[in-house]
Design a binder for this molecule. Structure first.
Ligand code: NDP
Length: 287
């Protein structure tokens, strides 16, 4: 793995440590006043699936708010152009297939080695392969389970010790694990059975983990978008794409930036506030 990140080892957020349990208004300036412009300077983040769609927009939004961002996906050329666009000093390029447990672990460890720590992890990489269950190509089910569930689990397992440490010792005194689910993680629909199963699974895992770590100030958040214009549907068989367009109808979908904005909002709440779930649809999407 080669890295595009030029590492600055200066301790970020020096002098901003929160004094605990005083009940005073001696707030640290970091993270920002929630009403102000989001400020993630000194924060280290990792985003999976950053080469297109939501992950690309999130990586950009987190970096614009001041974070240094490790961006992981399989397509190296896309990762490199993302780094060029955002700025090589803000981005660590990690060519990773998160369905491979060893690669997922290496992705987390490389981020920590380069950044010194990890404050925010966004489990975003996912695939949606739709169609009837009867006679479905089993390979499509396997791809969804391996990426949407196992990839997310491998990444979470590897990242949690680092997030727990960040919540205890780092300037923000809080860390964030953001899991990207879907409206499909709330409502099962015809022709979406296995995608639903993976996203319901993400929701169940996230809620159980939330209860386990929330008192240790690792916030586990679930983002559940409706239709967003990305490459997501293009991975389906042509007849499925046609059916999907007909079902959804001519609605104005969301932009990836709309979801990125909600993630920046989620991770910039003050330490005592945890946004557990964000269900976000295009205004014109009924179901
Ligand atoms: P895209 O297809 O545009 O992006 C998917 C990303 O995942 C790409 O960056 C891809 O990069 C990466 N990825 C795919 N396989 C792997 C892998 N094995 N290892 C690492 N990265 C991988 O889709 P979206 O941006 O739309 O989807 C992002 C998330 O949002 C998904 O979890 C999806 O379920 C969810 N979502 C999307 C909605 C939408 O309408 N778009 C609605 C609700 C939820 P690469 O190919 O380079 O590896």
């Amino acid at each position: 793995m080669s890295s595009a990140y030029k590492c600055s080892r200066q301790a970020p957020g020096a002098g901003t440590r929160r004094s605990r349990g005083t009940g005073n208004v001696s707030h640290v300036t970091h993270p920002s006043n929630p009403a102000a412009t989001p400020d993630l300077h000194g924060v280290r983040a990792l985003v999976t699936g950053g080469t297109s769609g939501l992950g690309f927009a999130m990586s950009q939004a987190l970096a614009e708010a001041g974070a240094q961002v490790a961006v992981a996906a399989r397509r190296r050329d896309r990762l490199e152009s993302l780094a060029d666009r955002i700025g090589r000093d803000r981005v660590l390029v990690l060519e990773t297939d998160v369905t491979d447990e060893a690669q997922a672990r290496a992705m987390v460890e490389d981020s920590v080695r380069e950044f010194g720590r990890l404050d925010i992890v966004v489990n975003n990489a996912g695939v949606m392969l739709l169609g009837p269950i009867v006679d479905a190509p089993i390979e499509e089910w396997r791809r969804m389970v391996e990426l949407n569930l196992l990839g997310l689990l491998y990444t979470s397992h590897a990242a949690l010790p680092h997030l727990l440490r960040a919540a205890e010792t780092d300037p923000r005194q809080v860390a964030d694990l953001v899991n990207v689910s879907s409206v499909a993680g709330r409502h099962a629909r015809l022709n979406s059975g296995v995608y639903n199963a993976t996203k319901f699974g993400v929701g169940a895992f996230s809620e159980s983990l939330r209860q386990e770590v929330t008192r240790r100030h690792v916030r586990v958040s679930l983002i559940e978008p409706g239709a967003v214009s990305t490459e997501l549907i293009t991975h389906n068989r042509p007849e499925v794409i046609e059916g999907l367009r007909a079902t959804l109808g001519p609605i104005e979908t969301m932009r990836a930036e709309d979801i990125a904005e909600s993630i920046v909002f989620t991770v910039t709440r003050p330490r005592h506030v945890a946004v557990n779930e964000v269900l976000i649809r295009p205004s014109e999407q009924e179901r």
